[in-house]
Design a protein around this ligand. Structure first.
Ligand SMILES: Cc1ncc(COP(=O)(O)O)c(C=O)c1O
Length: 417
């Protein structure tokens, strides 16, 4: 007999992890171990990219680094992050506009955990699975913005600020990954300027998640370029060393926001977080060295741009519907001939491969499992080329083609039956 747990019974792992556990149960090894094909995974290569800079291999740890860190982040790192934005994007943010977190997720979680009740989040119907868990666990109220083939998985900015049926009391806070995980669609230039202008209107704000900022032909898309008055706004930009700086393991991310909002979050850090590891923050300062980042921006855009293009061409040839935008390191794909992504995945598991099902990216699905729910994205999936070295291309394409052919044959047999 087990006692009832004191902790929530409604805390499943994020969808990606469920795929990982199901994979391990079938294949007998963890995804990512040698011989597996990590197409479901959102990590970048952690070795130097062609033409890219070396990655620092050590940091000094002094007695000062063993002291408690500052709640808002190491002064050197806040300074380096502010400079990182100002020099590349021409913004004028101060270190006081930056708060450091142990990765991208804790920053995003904190913003949503402290939202006032009258602020409603708006989120695309197709987004990064973790958002659904974060919105649910922080008890944020949200509405979904339609993402369809018809609107090209890229609705207009105005769709996020639609006030139909609302009274003046409700304020709006879109939560958008840009470039998008999982679709790769990216708001840049005039469209991003318009999005930020809307977010700076009274009663509006935005949580713009720029984890994939460097994965775009422009070598960097950030809303900061267009912010007119950060300190008088509810604009929150999330960034991290996780993707473009190729260092998910150091767990450094940040939020850029008004001084007032940063102060609230650092007050939370003083009692709920205690700051972030000094060695990791010092490593991040090294990663952000301006010459290094300039080289990294060019290498990331070139390597991942090439990968996006050639995988996209190969997938289209296979008969998959390719609906990917021009950023990030994922392809957003539709399966042909009535094949569903769950069937594809179960077959892939046997070969040591996995994808992320469109179902997991569906922000309108019930958070707790509901066998009656039918997702509009059952035949959609995300393919990640983030962790793939250039050499694995031919083998990846051949394996997906083979398993897809098996699934199509099965679907045809089932159809005849
Ligand atoms: C959309 C998005 N935001 C943020 C992150 C950063 O996550 P973290 O730094 O916590 O690993 C990720 C990583 O998968 C992501 O896909």
């Amino acid at each position: 007999m087990h006692r009832a747990s004191f902790l929530s019974d409604h805390c499943p792992p994020m969808g990606i992890y469920e795929t990982l556990y199901a994979f391990r149960d079938t294949f007998g090894q963890f995804m990512g171990s040698p011989g597996t094909h990590p197409w479901s995974q959102g990590f970048p290569l952690t070795t130097p990219l062609p033409g890219g800079p070396a990655l620092p291999s050590s940091v000094d740890v002094t007695p000062d680094d063993r002291l408690y860190p500052k709640a808002w982040g190491h002064p050197d790192l806040r300074e380096a992050i502010a400079r990182h934005y100002n020099e590349f994007h021409g913004s004028r943010i101060a270190p006081e506009n930056v708060m450091v977190f142990a990765g991208g997720r804790p920053g995003i979680y904190t913003v949503l955990a402290f939202l006032k009740k009258h602020v409603e989040a708006r989120i695309g119907n197709v987004e990064w699975p973790a958002y659904l868990d974060i919105l649910t666990q922080t008890q944020t109220s949200w509405r979904v913005v339609p993402f369809t083939k018809q609107n090209g998985f890229h609705p207009p900015n105005s769709a996020y600020f639609d006030r139909t049926g609302l009274n003046a009391k409700t304020h709006l806070m879109p939560v958008i990954s840009n470039p998008s995980n999982p679709t790769g669609h990216t708001r840049s230039g005039a469209e991003l300027a318009e999005l930020i202008a809307m977010a700076e209107q009274p009663g509006n704000g935005i949580l713009l998640d720029e984890a994939y900022e460097m994965f775009h032909a422009s070598q960097g898309v950030s809303g900061i370029r267009y912010v007119k008055n950060l300190d008088d706004s509810n604009v929150f930009l999330a960034g991290a060393c996780t993707k473009g700086l190729q260092s998910p393991g150091i767990r450094i991310g940040w939020i850029v926001a008004s001084r007032k909002n940063i102060e609230t979050m650092s007050n939370y850090s003083s009692f709920g977080m205690g700051g972030v590891s000094h060695p990791s923050q010092k490593y991040a300062v090294k990663l952000l060295e301006p010459q290094r980042v300039a080289q990294a921006r060019a290498a990331v855009a070139a390597h991942y741009g090439r990968q996006r293009e050639r995988y996209g061409e190969a997938f289209a040839k296979m008969g998959l519907g390719v609906h990917t935008g021009d950023g990030g390191f994922y392809h957003w794909l539709e399966l042909p001939d009535g094949v569903d992504a769950d069937t594809l995945n179960r077959r892939l598991f046997r070969h040591g491969a996995a994808i992320l099902k469109g179902f997991d990216c569906d922000m309108a699905r019930p958070h707790d499992k509901d066998p009656g729910y039918r997702s509009p994205y059952a035949s959609w999936f995300r393919f990640s080329f983030g962790p793939l070295p250039p050499e694995s291309f031919a083998a990846d394409v051949a394996l997906l083609q083979k398993v897809l052919d098996e699934c199509r044959a099965d679907a045809r047999t089932a159809g005849r039956g």
